[in-house]
Design a protein around this ligand. Structure first.
Ligand SMILES: NC(=O)c1ccc[n+]([C@@H]2O[C@H](COP(=O)([O-])OP(=O)(O)OC[C@H]3O[C@@H](n4cnc5c(N)ncnc54)[C@H](O)[C@@H]3O)[C@@H](O)[C@H]2O)c1
Length: 283
């Protein structure tokens, strides 16, 4: 099966990046949002990123126009009817995702592959909302999707080998290195990343070192591109808390219990860069 047209449900932080990535890679893309305002906001964010790439000489004006020309925005799910692959990047809520998949199942051809970009929900629950659980899987992109090199392909017990193979080729075609993970909480990356990030917050909470020294120790001593507290601010403390709680709920492994400091910061609205304050100040 050859993928020619890709649908993306949701044009927020991840959806917009996935739309851009697919269009840049030559695919025809249908991008949906819940209303015109959010759709225009998502498309404008893609336009802005592409315009910056032209300014910096990374792509030509012609490339930008061609990429943007391959994107069709919509608020009507019916426009996904002729897509070969639909990637859902709506908010992280199981009931909503099940509803979206059931709707797509009724609209798309029986061969269409339906993928979710979920970070921590159970793929089999989403697959069973459709009549094609063999054609449902996780395609977990990382933020920002056009830049981050990894694509986690998440196979659940119902996913066919053919579906995984088609998606592995698709991942390659958009320039990603793919890894295959089973449908278990956190897949590979978040299963490893969350305990590490929570541990860094606990170090700060326990007064082992200052925020700067924790970050410098990790970035210089372990040669990581940035320290964990800087990274937490960038990812969003609410996202870190949400994913940790979601994995803890399913695994009951104490390594995923969020530290009190993280909970308090989220309650105070200190979510990191996006609110101007997290472990560091950005105002
Ligand atoms: N942000 C990250 O770093 C990250 C990384 C990997 C995976 N994810 C996952 O990707 C998904 C999206 O996350 P995000 O950060 O882009 O969220 P976001 O809130 O920025 O974007 C979600 C968008 O989906 C839209 N939406 C909701 N219901 C919809 C529907 N029925 N049809 C069309 N659009 C709909 C919303 O209006 C919103 O604009 C989540 O499942 C999240 O867990 C996020």
């Amino acid at each position: 099966m050859e993928i020619k047209k890709v649908g993306v449900v949701g044009c927020g932080a991840m959806g917009a990046g996935i739309v851009q990535l697919c269009a840049q890679s030559g695919y025809q893309v249908v991008a949906s949002e819940i209303n015109d305002e959010l759709l225009n906001k998502g498309l404008a964010s893609i336009e802005k990123v592409l315009a910056r790439s032209v300014e910096k000489g990374r792509i030509s004006q012609q490339d930008k126009d061609a990429t943007f020309g391959r994107i069709k925005g919509t608020t009507n799910t019916r426009d996904f009817s002729d897509c070969d692959l639909v990637i859902e990047a709506a908010i992280e809520n199981l009931d909503l995702k099940k509803k979206i998949f059931a709707e797509l199942d009724g609209i798309c051809s029986k061969d269409t592959i339906l993928a979710t970009n979920t970070s921590c929900l159970s793929i089999v629950d989403i697959a069973m909302a459709t009549r094609r659980p063999d054609r449902v899987l996780g395609l977990h992109f990382f933020n920002p999707a056009p830049i981050m090199k990894l694509l986690e392909i998440v196979k659940t017990i119902t996913t066919s080998d053919e579906t995984v193979e088609v998606c592995r080729e698709f991942g390659k075609s958009v320039g990603k290195t793919t890894v295959i993970a089973q449908d278990k909480p956190g897949f590979i990356v978040n299963r490893l990343w969350i305990p590490y990030m929570l541990h860094a917050v606990r170090l700060l909470e326990d007064g082992v070192a200052s925020r700067e020294d924790i970050d410098n120790a990790v970035s210089l001593g372990l040669n990581y591109p940035m320290g964990p507290l800087t990274l937490a601010d960038m990812a969003g403390l609410d996202i870190l808390l949400f994913v940790a709680n979601a994995i803890y709920e399913r695994l009951k492994d104490p390594r995923y219990i969020p530290p009190t400091l993280l909970e308090k910061m989220v309650t105070a609205g200190w979510l990191g860069r996006k609110t101007g304050k997290g472990f560091y100040d950005y105002k």
